[in-house]
Design a protein. Structure first.
Length: 259
């Protein structure tokens, strides 16, 4: 069984891709919905909540974890990997590789949470691999709440306003690639692509899921269990919109981590 973790529903973009790539594997998805969004929280809080979530998944018996959360990958994962004995994957490295493969002019924009942009994780990783890159981060604090509340229709005027508000300098910057650096954001790709045609959108959830192909092959039942740390009903409703079928989620209470 493979664990997938996000602060809320955004990691479902990674889960959807992972199930396409590994249809016979079992998955345990954990959304820390009691603390979503992570992007506006302090680094210490992100570290604490991420550690608690990873411990919950390990105690549930997963053999590997995909941290399908850009903020946790950028802020907490570098400090936490050494605390766990199983493989733990983040979204930064595979997303950067996909962006570099797609760019022609080496101007790459990153749409992410405020905390991820401030960390510089994507920009640093891009520059480490390609010195010609000019990278610019765009904090998009409205995107996660919109996704969590099921505002996904590309024709929704509220969504259109939020995209224009956060990404309006994109054309002036001249980017030919936009990294969707939070796994919530690929769920808005249709709307973003409609406004910024000609800019390649990099789906961080799908890019991250490809790392799971490195795990030993197993034939399981192809099942998925969903757990959340707060009321499951709103999660279930939004997940149905994203996955195209109804799910049932359990509310769990992972033990708090101490530093």
């Amino acid at each position: 069984m493979i664990g997938i973790f996000d602060s809320g529903v955004g990691g479902l973009s990674a889960l959807r891709a992972a199930r396409e790539l590994l249809p016979t594997r079992n998955f345990l998805y954990f959304g820390d919905t009691a603390h979503v969004p992570y992007g506006n929280r302090s680094p210490d809080a992100i570290l604490r909540h991420t550690r608690t979530s990873l411990r919950f998944l390990c105690e549930a018996g997963v053999e590997a974890i995909l941290v399908a959360c850009g903020t946790a990958s950028a802020t907490a994962l570098p400090r936490l990997r050494g605390e766990f004995s199983i493989p733990i994957f983040g979204i930064i490295e595979p997303t950067v590789e996909a962006a570099l493969s797609a760019t022609k002019n080496y101007r790459i924009a990153i749409a992410a949470t405020k905390r991820t942009v401030e960390s510089g994780a994507f920009s640093s990783a891009l520059l480490c691999r390609e010195a010609r890159v000019r990278a610019r981060g765009f904090p998009c604090p409205l995107f996660v709440p919109l996704v969590e509340n099921g505002v996904l229709d590309k024709d929704d005027p509220l969504l259109h306003l939020a995209i224009c508000r956060h990404l309006s300098p994109l054309r002036t910057f001249g980017a030919d690639v936009l990294i969707l650096g939070c796994t919530h954001f690929p769920l808005l790709a249709d709307a973003i692509g409609e406004i910024y045609r000609g800019v390649a959108l990099i789906d961080s959830g799908r890019a991250a899921a490809t790392q799971l192909l490195s795990l030993p092959p197993r034939v399981e039942r192809g099942e998925c269990r969903f757990c959340v740390s707060d009321d499951p009903h709103s999660f279930e409703n939004t997940a149905e919109l994203l996955l195209g079928h109804a799910i049932r989620a359990e509310r769990v209470k992972p033990h708090c981590s101490e530093f």
